[in-house]
Design a binder for this molecule. Sequence first.
Ligand SMILES: CCCCCCCCCCCCCCCCC/C=C/C(=O)SCCNC(=O)CCNC(=O)[C@H](O)C(C)(C)COP(=O)(O)OP(=O)(O)OC[C@H]1O[C@@H](n2cnc3c(N)ncnc32)[C@H](O)[C@@H]1OP(=O)(O)O
Ligand code: FAD
Length: 631
Amino acid sequence: MMIHTNNYILNIKELWDDVPEEYLSHKERYENAIKKAFIVLKVLRQLHTGNIQITDHRTPTNVYSIQDGIFRNVNPLLIHIGLFWSTIAAQASTEQQAEWLQPDSSMIGTYVQTELGHGSFIRGIETTATYDSTTDEFILHTPRLSAYKWWPGGLGNTANACLVMAQLYINGTCHGLHIFLAQIRDFDTHKPLPGIKVGEIGPKMGFNTADNGFLGFDNHRIPRTNMLMKNVQVLRDGTYVKPKHDKLTYGSMLLTRVTLISDLAYQLSKAATIAVRYSAVRRQSPIKSNEPERQILDFVSQQHKLFITIASSHVYRVVGLWMWNSHKRVTADIHEGNMGQLPELHALACCLKAISSRDASALVEQCRLACGGHGYMMASNLPQIYAYTTAAVTYEGEYTVLLLQTARYLVKFWRLAAEHKPLPQNFAYFEDYIKKNFEQWRNSPEGIIEGFKAIVAGKTKAAYDTLQCNLRNGREFEEAWNMASVQLTNASEAYARSLLCEVFWKETVQLSTKVSKSLAIVLEQLAELYLMYWALEKHGDLLLYSTISRNDIEALQSRYEELLALIRPNAVGLVDAFDIRDEVLCSTLGAYDGRVYERMMEEASKSPLNEDVVNESFHKYIRPVTMKNKL
Ligand SMILES: CCCCCCCCCCCCCCCCC/C=C/C(=O)SCCNC(=O)CCNC(=O)[C@H](O)C(C)(C)COP(=O)(O)OP(=O)(O)OC[C@H]1O[C@@H](n2cnc3c(N)ncnc32)[C@H](O)[C@@H]1OP(=O)(O)O
Ligand SMILES: Cc1cc2nc3c(=O)[nH]c(=O)nc-3n(C[C@H](O)[C@H](O)[C@H](O)COP(=O)(O)OP(=O)(O)OC[C@H]3O[C@@H](n4cnc5c(N)ncnc54)[C@H](O)[C@@H]3O)c2cc1C
């Protein structure tokens, strides 16, 4: 039977809510989500074992692309599928993968790294894994409250196993962070095993079906062979066999940061679809007093708020794929023992995950604000998309922490440039900046890309010079670094923006040669709009570090406004092209049929507060006050 996954899933009625989850309790929301999660997992397993033949072979992405509609919030198995499986596949030995990655495995896992006391500084993680050679086991232990694992998705009630990041001790020597597989609940009864204290952390701003939990180990024993041993081994006699690179253990964070860029593109496409479609339906205020009220999409200020969101979704789709391919290439090199490209991949993943999540969070909020009061309704789905998206600024590497990682990379190459040592081609512009080989400003995409490189060079130089000045003033390096950290993060942000503009423009120009002329025009307008938008946002930096003039900036503003007008006729077509089904969009404002007010009223009627003409609280609380002594 050849079917399309989407249609197969869409026909499973129990997956599609009758009662909006906003009217469920914290517990009901979880139970409702788990019911759906295991229906989806069963479908994935049937697809994996070929029990369901499908026409669409992008299954995981396909199922993923509609799971938003199923869960409205988050699939409680997201970490099981998105991190637990992927970490085992990337860091477990062949034998371990054969044992643990069975399609019908009883394990439902999560990725357990963050502790109450440590999230960013993972070398400070306190959970220990001590090798006991007498029993050929590791003893997992949580020495104090701050060492309790806190946050992992699915940990509260769902997971019966987990990958634990812990400090490895052998014969009193600490070998640093390693990953261990630990069963935490009985597969049959689901009761926590002896020595395991586990629970759910309570309501959050979003992710309220993610079942985030806490976990403490009380001298919990696991077999030695439960340490993930693809890159590193502990032998039966306690011999420690070092990995080829001590950050391979951090590989899951690197992969998730790369994956997140594409996920954020998808979140932006949803928010843009909702806000642009609503702006085409909503009429508010005439432009000329003697004319009818206009579509708010005709207001240039509204176009300024929304078209950057359409463009940014494409930027992160393109850059997300570029980073995915880079990750595949570097991973293949690492498999061959070549670690040379890992530092660059880490630096790019850090700044691009940081900036993409910050952009996406701000732009989803901008879409909500652009929809006025109706955007503030849960039924618009914009609040949920915001709550989901803004979490990405924090998890998988907090924004500032990751930008500082990229700053280490930039400072390293600036030092080479300052010492007139050879530079890789992608940093040749550092040398140009030092030699003041500045190109005359051009008000073109290529000119803007060069301008953003000048900003990177200028900001990196400024941060580096401050660092050197702090050191000359007798500060220790770490203190000098901390004192320069604002400038360091600014340099990393500029580097990310420079990459985004360059990669997106180049990919768009290439793509334009493969599509129809009319489509190529629209794609290049979107790409040019992105570059113009950010050149105007960063015009101060361009004035500081490039050869742009005030007249050039005024010309950029004019061209930007031209582009808004050019894109306006295609705006609805551009978001329709994201092709997000109404069942996935879950939005009264963004539905394809544009029946906004009817859908808003339909959703309002589902409120339990509309079940009774007079709510019982009138008789209990209101009437005794308002009608006292009046009868
Ligand atoms: C139904 C179908 C479903 C399908 C789903 C599948 C699709 C999924 C879609 C995507 C959606 C995903 C949603 C995710 C939901 C939430 C999940 C969240 C999970 C988590 O949050 S897990 C925990 C994450 N935690 C972190 O990220 C911690 C951040 N901190 C760190 O990474 C480190 O502490 C550090 C990097 C900041 C510092 O580390 P350390 O102190 O050890 O290192 P130094 O700063 O001293 O640097 C030393 C040198 O090491 C290099 N380095 C550091 N890290 C790496 C690395 N990862 N790789 C390579 N190299 C690294 C530094 O660059 C230094 O090198 P240098 O040369 O000396 O500069
Ligand atoms: C929705 C969600 C899901 C999550 N899922 C998981 C999961 O499945 N598994 C898991 O293990 N974890 C998970 N986490 C935890 C997440 O990885 C951490 O919250 C994240 O790494 C940030 O660490 P933290 O919370 O300790 O913040 P902190 O690091 O304490 O950050 C607080 C502030 O301190 C600043 N700061 C910290 N270090 C530095 C520094 N060196 N220099 C300058 N400023 C600094 C930060 O910039 C920030 O402003 C999740 C978190 C969320 C919100």
